[in-house]
Structure formats: C-alpha cells, structure tokens
Design a protein around this ligand. Sequence first.
Ligand code: 3MF
Ligand code: MG
Length: 433
Amino acid sequence: MSGYFDGVPHITYEGPDSENPFAFRHYDPDRVVHGKTLREHLRFAVAYWHSLAWPGGDPFGGQTFERPWFGDSMAHAKAKADAAFDLFTRLDVPFFCFHDADVRPEGDSFAETRRNLEEIVDYLGQKMERTGIGLLWGTANLFSHRRFMAGAATNPDPDVFAWSAATVKSCIDATHRLSGQNYVLWGGREGYETLLNTDLGREAEQAGRFLSMVVEYKHQIGFEGALLIEPKPQEPTKHQYDYDVATVYGFLKRFGLENEVKLNIEQGHAILAGHSFEHELALAASLGLLGSIDMNRNDYQSGWDTDQFPNSVPEVALAYYEILRAGGFTTGGTNFDAKLRRQSLDPEDLVLAHSGAMDVCARGLIAAEEMLEDGGLEAARAERYAGWDTPEAQAMLQSDLASIANRVEAEGLNPDPRSGRQERLENYVNRFI
Ligand code: 3MF
Ligand code: MG
C-alpha cells in the first residue's frame, strides 16, 4: 500500500440525501437498471496519465503536485502503481487505462525501455489479480518524447515509424498480458503543423499500413480486445488526421479496416471538432463503430482541450442516451480522461474529482435509461419518418430520377412541411433530467 490516500475514506453509496462529501449519492454500483447494474452499465476507468503521472504543469507554469511516487526509477514506478491501486480501490472502480510512458521509466535503449514496461506490467498484473480490477484499455504514448515531434506512423523518418511500430507491439503485448478489454490508438502527432513541409498522400498511406499491421498483429497473438481509434481534430497538431468520427470512418473504409477497428470517442474532442458529444456518439453508432468513451468536459470559453471532470448531468444524459440506444457498452466503458485543476493539491481532491464525476454519470445514465424506457423520443422519431415505411416510398429508393419526376407531375405532388417539434422534444427530455 502507498499510504498516500490513508486519510481519505473509501467512497460508498449513501443515497441522494447524504451530505457526506465522501459518499456516492447516485452511483449505487449494485443498483439494477434495465437488467444490468450501474457498475456493468458504466464500466468506469481511471486514467493513469492524468491521475498518477501528470505533475500539474500548464503552458505557463511547472509542477504543482508533490507526489511521493514522482521520479525516474523503477522503485518510483512501483510506488506509483501502489498509489494507483489505492486510488482505484477507494473509488471501487472496475477498470483503469494506461500508456506505456505513464507506468515505466524510459531506458537508455528501446530494449531497456521494453524490459522496464514488462517488469511493471507484471507488477500491475499481480495487483489486478489481488483486487479484481481490470484493464479497460492500454495504449502507447507516441506523442510526448521529442522523437515523435513530426509524427509516429506518419513521420517523414522511417526510423521513427519503426520505433513507433515496436512501441505499439510492446503495448499491445502488455494489454494482452493484462487481459485488456480494448487497445486504443490516439494519433496526437499524426497530423501536421504546416502543409508547406507535408505530403498528405504519403502520410495517409503510412498510417494505413501501420494500422493494418496493428490489426494483423492483434489476430496473430490472439488478442481478443477491440482496437479503437480515438478521434481529435487538432492540439497538439494544427490538424490531426483522425479529425472526427466521419473522417476516421473514411480512413477505415479506404484501407478496408471498417470491420476491424471501432472508436474511443472523447467529449472534449467532439467539442473541439465543432460537434456535440452526442452527435459523434450517434454517428459512430449508426456506422457500427461505437466502442468506448473518454468522459470529461472542456471549458467553453477557453477553446482548447481542458480535460476537466464532467459535471453536467444534462450533457452526460444525452451522451448515455445514444450509448444505450446503441445497445450499451460491450468491451468499452467510461474512462475519465480528465485531470484536476493544478491548484487541487490534496489526495482527497483526486478522490472527490472522480467520485463526483461518477455520481454525475450515474444520474445521467439513469435519466437516459428512464427516457429510453418511456420511449417518447423513439416514438416521435418513428412517427416523423413513418412516410418512408410504405412500400411505395421504399420502392422509390430503388427507382430512378426520371420515373420519380414523372410521378411527381402525374400525381401533382405538393408536400406540406410538418413541424419538427424540437422545443416539445427538448421539454420532454427535461422531464427526465
Ligand atoms: C489527448 C487524449 C489522450 C488519449 C490517450 C489515449 C492523453 O487529448 O485524449 O490522453 O485519450 O492518449 O489514446
Ligand atoms: Mg482521450
């Protein structure tokens, strides 16, 4: 045990009337909602990088957090893992997520770095065995080290492509070793700073081959988790190739990978791309690509990826509505890709940030489930498209322009617009939130 969280109680469900700040008021993990417990519906995960690795810096100031596990030795890495599982158990979360760079120190060579990872993965595996806490997904950090400044798979230097491929192999091996439910690829440097030095066609072909190799390797080793791409439009790049759901779908279709890869969709990334979170979720679901989510919120005034903990029940309710409408998570879950504000220095801040967010998500999911159960939105949607359910309308979709034009004139068609009833539906949603 790390001792760092010793002063912070384990968070348990006490109900909506509780005034104990260290209690869940809505997240009763064992409450059954439409056949599954809230734990099974939400599948919460803590993000190692924001909660255990991040020192609190921002573009204008350095470290603010003083964690006893900060350091570059393997002993520090094991102390970090001890603290991580203390945090996970205090929150009673079923999962966590990590990058290689979050859990192990960099070695003097690739081989030493890989050995460091394997040693820490064994250490994490022992803790997972003891606690029953699972790995929602593993991933590779192909964006922090300066070697990746011009990209990983899309780098103009083939040696960086090779290093990146070797790194992803080691991270898939680690995820497989820990029975991860998914493996995620966020291409933080897969994009450009300027078109002036960029060959878009060449870089797309490199990215397509890289992802194809990842798919081939997954099958080769028998990794049964889902492969997930995490879209983001920019930051740190001026333009990131995996811009949004629609863009990634086009990329997957181009390389014949649309049945091999799904998506990890992040709230803040959807906003950065100019979409709502529920837009990206609904589109991914309609394309059969909905895998998992990074749950957080951005600051609507700052315009960049602030990765804050979610605190809006209406926002998360509409997101979970789309997820439940698509059948709910299978291998995916709710990863809190969210960090404290850099002034939130105390151990309890880290616990309370997560427990508050878990309560917000529980309230949102319950509201979404009740809305889905009531069926009002689905009934209104079905009614609005009912005209298309006739044999004639379906036949028209297989017809041709000239025949349709003849019919329009012959029947003197003159359709009357019908209300979309948006405000009525918005009022309906607010009955549940
Ligand atoms: C950046 C992110 C990343 C990804 C992570 C997993 C550091 O905005 O969201 O978090 O979630 O790299 O792919
Ligand atoms: Mg993310």
